[in-house]
Write a protein of this length. Sequence first.
Lengths: 429, 128
Amino acid sequence: MRLEIGNIFIKDVAFGEKTEVKDGTLFVNKDELIKAATGDDDRIASIDVYITKPGDNTRIIPVKDVIEPRVKVEGKGGIFPGVVSGVEQVGSGKTHVLKGAAVVTTGKVVGFQEGIIDMSGEGAKYTPFSKTNNIVVKLEPIDNVKQHEHEEVIRLAGFRASNYIGEAAKDVEPDETKVYETKPLLEQVKEHPDLPKVVYVYALQTQGLMHNTFFYGADAKKIVPTFMYPTEAFDGAIASGNCVSACDKNPSYVHLNSPIIDDLYEKDGKDINFLGCVITNENVTLQDKKRSANMTAKLVELLGADAAIISEEGFGNPDADLVMNCNNLEEKGIKTVLVTDEYAGQDGASQSLADSTPKGDAVVTAGNANQLITLPVMKTVIGHPEAANIIAGAWDGSLHDDGSIEAEIQVITGATNELGFHTLSAETV
Amino acid sequence: MSNFYILTNNPMVQEKYPKITELDDNFSVGDIFAGGRNAIHLGAHLINHPLAGSIKPNQSPYKSLVLSDDKGELDLFSLKLIEGAIQVLRKFPSRSRPYDESILEDFQVVDLDLLDSAIDSLPYEYHE
């Protein structure tokens, strides 16, 4: 499967008469965008759209999802197949990307929801989405929409908005083109016969309301682990419905831009032979966990991998899946590298994960979510500022009288992203 | 008859699963974990993960555990998970604060949904 990604660099975003890209500026017709985002959903009472740019004195809270506008130019299907496009096989042909633009959805699904993006100041350093030109879609549902529906309403409106904007990329010549290719297994194995064969085990958050992920529209808690060509992710085969734990959830933007997949492609043919991805889930029952971990190990073994990268999404429960996948694969003689973040306490001295294994001897951390930060007052707040006092990682009194917020970095969208799509790094002292 | 039960402090769970729920709405999350650990020491298997959901245990006041009716031999896997959850709860600073009714309801709904997600995937009779 071969996919060309054509990046169109967006340096600025503004409202305009027509939704189009002109000399690196994305113009958005606000009324058309609202109409496209609303679709036929009569559960929506109102949608408002805001534009905010890097350096603005602006806070977005609570952030539900971040989505990158893309469009299929050649090849089957549309972006987010099975969700807002037909359920065609994606991942081949050509896709254009409005690189530098993002759709951010905000709206209070439940009272305790978190997720902060600060466009400047100390907080901006901790989120990659302070560097994107953000088109913020704020949605309010009609009265009496229950939490389940509310989550779905905002989720789908965000995807519709992003796909509408993505259309503007269709006839624009990309500034940069990247080609990604994975051949059918037996051919791929022959490509680099002397290099170690690596599979990526891509675990998806699938615990329930506000903790769901969709694969071609299928609720991923109900799938058994399966093979995915890595390029499928770049066309939105994986769509996020996860809006809890802002720091370490994987927004749809991150699934579209998975740094792990990107890095594995980078190393393919040089250091490794990247065979593809096995997607698996993170369910709540131990029975489901065992089934998925066993199926994952079986698939990775069947693919003939020498090694596997395993990522997780979330905190606590998914640590068990991470450890089970590690143990099962290592027991089959397949080397593993684990990618996670940590909840090691504010001083960083506590046990980082809720589970562990001596076999997990190669682990990449995305940072400590309990680290403290003080976020300054912002002139403009898009969303629901009162959420600051009751979000995860904050406490009674977090919101100071002067409007600044003292909290743990887990309140910031993408601060300790477990696919590595974030700004924290380590240095040797 | 199902061969498992729910230990919870979430009244919404009691309403939905009255026949298989043991509710004590005075219990804290720590009390639910301790109750689960006691049952595990008597032979119960833990059926759902005690840290289900990304909402931290020092944030939501509600917790629901699904436990098997087994008595007898200690299941070390269940014990490891419940002890791990107790450690996590201990390491986080207390974040208790007065929530208003609508936020308490939201916490109950999410806890119930995570539990539904467990019950939905279980066979009528649980086998370990």
